[in-house]
Design a protein around this ligand. Structure first.
Ligand SMILES: Cc1ncc(COP(=O)(O)O)c(C=O)c1O
Length: 405
């Protein structure tokens, strides 16, 4: 399938709207959805060459699909990487990366503040295959350096900002550490997306996405991707996915492809709304602490502004006050339960604001020790801020906060 005939050097904001494969013979303006499992071959000899990778051409959707190709080219254009590969979910992207690149005996250094399922996958599931992970502080480069095992560490992996505490790591510093150890740096960019942060520009080798979140933008489908150099993404991961089948469905690829067209406006507007909510929350007496990279009180505020195009992103977290774990949990549940506009659901990145209690949902499967290490307490609430009128969201949160003693 040929590329569209766009000129070189276009800004990512243009690529978000325009990058795709060429139109079909019908000249459709909106990108076509190729909902097909397999492709009819002109003859057996051509089929044999395509299956042997001696000739370009689609054969079976577990190997590739034109709509998925459009999604991959658009995302790679946005991230500024040579290639991208679509996966069924964000977790499938992480699984594809680790199972496709690592082998028994290899070692990973990862942030201990990552999304709960990522910690579970790296810390428990992967260990059964002889790949060990050392978890370190998101923000202390000395801990990352000390954890690296020369000759054995193959991957450094961080998420920035983290889910749910929005801790920010210095991508360029971690990239230097990884490259000096002959390892790769992978960054999960789901929270701020390439609209705000091109992780590869700061030295990340691989960029992970849960496309389920802001790339898609309206909470309709699950999707994921790994972005990076062709030699890794196409040659290694492309070969592995053909056997492993972690693929993104064409329908989901199409929904995310269309979602990406509004990514830049959504990220800017939702970041503005999140900053307004974070500033308001800071003034509420029932709130002990607000975690949001756009606030000057955030410990990595300046770094975040440098890495994230001057914006904090659309996710924030805050701790309600309480004098015991039981009181904290009770107060957090009370605030969540009083919401009548914000959706009580764990997904994030939607145009609809969502509210959740990380300790009992996204981080509920972790042990108490893992949760404490990740800084996720019982009084913590996460809000992914959408496109509603900001004052309506403040009033919704105030309904619950106002009832706390
Ligand atoms: C930062 C981050 N990475 C990965 C994932 C996993 O994505 P998915 O739900 O698409 O598997 C999530 C989900 O919340 C996430 O927040």
């Amino acid at each position: 399938m040929t590329d569209s005939t766009l000129p070189e050097g276009l800004h990512p904001q243009t690529l978000a709207v325009r990058q795709a494969i060429a139109r079909s013979q019908y000249g459709e303006h909106s990108e076509a959805l190729y909902l097909t499992s397999s492709y009819v071959q002109p003859d057996a000899a051509t089929s044999a060459r395509r299956f042997a990778n001696e000739e370009a051409g689609y054969t079976y959707t577990r190997t590739s699909n034109p709509t998925v190709t459009s999604f991959e080219r658009r995302l790679a254009g946005l991230e500024g990487t040579e290639a991208a590969i679509g996966t069924a979910t964000g977790m499938a992207a992480i699984a594809l990366m680790v199972y496709g690149l690592l082998k028994s005996g290899d070692h990973i250094v990862a942030s201990r503040s990552m999304f709960g399922s990522t910690i579970k996958l790296l810390g428990s599931e992967l260990a059964r295959f002889g790949v060990e992970t050392t978890f370190v502080s998101q923000t202390d480069a000395a801990e990352w350096r000390a954890a690296i095992r020369p000759g054995q560490t193959r991957l450094l992996f961080a998420e920035t900002p983290t889910n749910p505490l929005t801790d920010v790591c210095d991508i360029a510093t971690l990239a230097d550490l990884a490259h000096n150890a002959d390892a790769w740096l992978a960054v999960d960019n789901s929270f701020v997306t390439p609209a705000l942060q091109q992780a590869s520009r700061f030295g990340a080798d691989l960029v992970i996405h849960s496309g389920t979140k802001f790339l898609e933008g309206q909470g309709r489908v699950l999707a994921g991707a790994v972005c990076g150099p062709r030699a890794i993404v196409e040659d290694k991961l492309g070969a592995f996915i053909r056997s492993a089948g972690f693929n993104l469905s064409p329908f989901n690829a199409w929904v995310v492809l269309k979602g990406m067209e509004t990514l830049f406006v959504r990220m800017r507007e939702q970041s503005r709304n999140a900053l307004e909510l974070a500033q308001w929350l800071q003034q509420q007496p029932q709130v002990a602490r607000v975690h949001y990279p756009g606030l000057p009180s955030h410990p990595q505020h300046e770094l975040a502004m440098r890495q994230q195009s001057g914006l904090g992103g659309a996710v924030l977290a805050f701790d309600v006050r309480g004098d015991s774990p039981e009181a904290l949990r009770h107060n957090a549940f009370h605030v969540i339960d009083q919401c009548r506009v914000i959706s009580k659901t764990t997904n994030l990145g939607d145009t609809k604001s969502t509210i959740s209690h990380p300790a009992s949902t996204s981080h509920g499967r972790l042990s108490e020790a893992q949760r404490q290490a990740a800084g996720v307490g019982q009084g913590l609430i996460r809000i992914s801020v959408g496109l509603e009128y900001p004052k309506d969201i403040q009033d919704d949160v105030l309904r619950g906060l106002g009832g706390l003693s």
